[in-house]
Design a binder for this molecule. Structure first.
Ligand code: ATP
Ligand code: MG
Length: 378
């Protein structure tokens, strides 16, 4: 299991969006070959991989081809069909495992797993059918009804203030399994990205502080502006979770920080995460380098922070008829622009991000926000 898989072997990835693209860039620069499976002919990762299998995620021929040509396969998203992962596992090394992905793709299973290993989550109530509305919901209201599967970037989430509203929202979302979570007063949000390899060795990236706008991650600040004890505890919890899952790969853990520094786990992602994009410039290895290293059975790389950093997402909202004025970013010596090569810009679509590195996080944040205002033309 822990044999090192070395270049020029071919690595496969399920999904070819921006995360797949940044994975491919890491793998290609190390000398691996990359095959992407993604049904989108304009897949950002497919455009630069050695091979792009343009087929559905459960296409038997495409899966067979991955199994025949790759030494290992990973994923860039959690909604891969479980049967596809299980098929690949019978033939080649797959990381993370189908079991870890199955837990992360289902909020009910995810929250039960996390609390089952003794870690705190926000109080939640699984809602699987109308009968679940017969119980007392008051402890979970006002709350957020979240669809259990396939939600992302705040999609599949509705604020609800009464049992009637919760019921209407449940029916509106098609009566599919949901969790009702109490709306908490958050002091801030942070995330930790862990890399765990087959030998059990694991390392964390520095803790990021995350700010959302319109339900989508907007800004990550590193190091997070929380007490050292809070950051330390978040790292411990993330490592414990990776251990409990017997995880192999890159695992992102999102936390809520409550008043007094209490930490709750919000959710996990079985892959690199938007809040870890600062690692492309601010740490010795990036989260995508780690994804390659973990799937190849190599030890995790050094995650020491080389410079405080702020990451800002670039959404389709700032595209008019023309490209935004990239000169605003590219004329700065300490700013790193990353664009994903997506052909069409839409409101809320993640098109790229930029990292600002400076001697301290406050300086980086001030500059990053000023650049954001100029890009938006305000
Ligand atoms: P993403 O894909 O961006 O991670 P998501 O759609 O999976 O998002 P969550 O992470 O559950 O959804 O929630 C998105 C954001 O909504 C959180 O980061 C937080 O800002 C806010 N939020 C979610 N649940 C709660 C809660 N119980 N109390 C307060 N705020 C919440
Ligand atoms: Mg989230």
């Amino acid at each position: 299991m822990n044999k090192h898989l070395l270049p020029t072997a071919t690595l496969g990835i399920l999904g070819g969006g921006q995360l797949g693209r940044m994975f491919a860039l890491s793998a290609l620069s190390m000398g691996y070959r990359v095959t992407v499976l993604d049904p989108d002919p304009e897949s950002p990762a497919g455009a630069l991989a050695d091979a792009h299998l343009c087929a559905a995620y459960d296409d038997p021929q495409a899966l067979q081809q991955l199994a025949d040509t790759c030494v290992a396969v990973t994923t860039e998203f959690e909604n891969v069909p479980a049967a596809s992962m299980a098929f690949l596992e019978r033939h080649i090394r797959v990381s993370p495992s189908s079991e870890s992905v199955a837990i992360a793709q289902d909020r009910i299973r995810e929250k039960r797993f996390i609390s089952g290993v003794g870690l705190q989550v926000a109080p939640f109530l699984p809602i699987e059918s109308l009968a679940d509305f017969e119980q007392d919901l008051s402890k979970h209201l006002p709350g957020i009804l979240k669809i259990s599967r396939l939600g992302y970037d705040g999609k599949g989430q509705v604020r609800v203030y009464s049992p009637e509203e919760a019921k209407a929202a449940f029916l509106d979302m098609g009566g599919k399994p949901c969790v009702l979570e109490r709306k908490l007063e958050l002091q801030t949000e942070i995330s930790v990205i862990v890399t765990r390899v087959g030998t059990g060795q694991s390392v964390c990236f520095p803790v990021a502080e995350n700010h959302h706008a319109g339900g989508i991650l907007d800004i990550s600040i590193v190091p997070a502006r929380v007490e050292a004890s809070v950051a330390g505890q978040a790292r411990q919890m993330a490592l414990q979770l990776a251990e409990s899952l017997d995880y192999v790969g890159v695992l992102a853990v999102e936390f809520f920080v409550l008043g007094g520094g209490e930490l709750l786990i919000n959710e996990i992602a079985p892959r690199p995460h938007n809040s870890g994009h600062y690692s492309l410039n601010a740490t010795q290895v990036s989260q995508f380098d780690q994804q390659v290293r973990a799937m190849c059975g190599l030890p995790p790389g050094d995650t020491r922070l080389l410079s405080p950093a702020v990451m800002i997402n670039l959404l389709g909202d700032i595209w008019g008829d023309d490209e935004p004025s990239w000169d605003i970013l590219l004329s700065q010596a300490n700013v790193h622009l990353h664009l994903y090569g997506k052909k069409s810009a839409r409101i809320g679509r993640k098109m790229g991000h930029y990292n600002v590195l400076a001697e301290d996080a406050e300086t980086a944040l001030g500059q990053a926000l000023e650049l954001q205002r100029r890009l938006k033309g305000v």
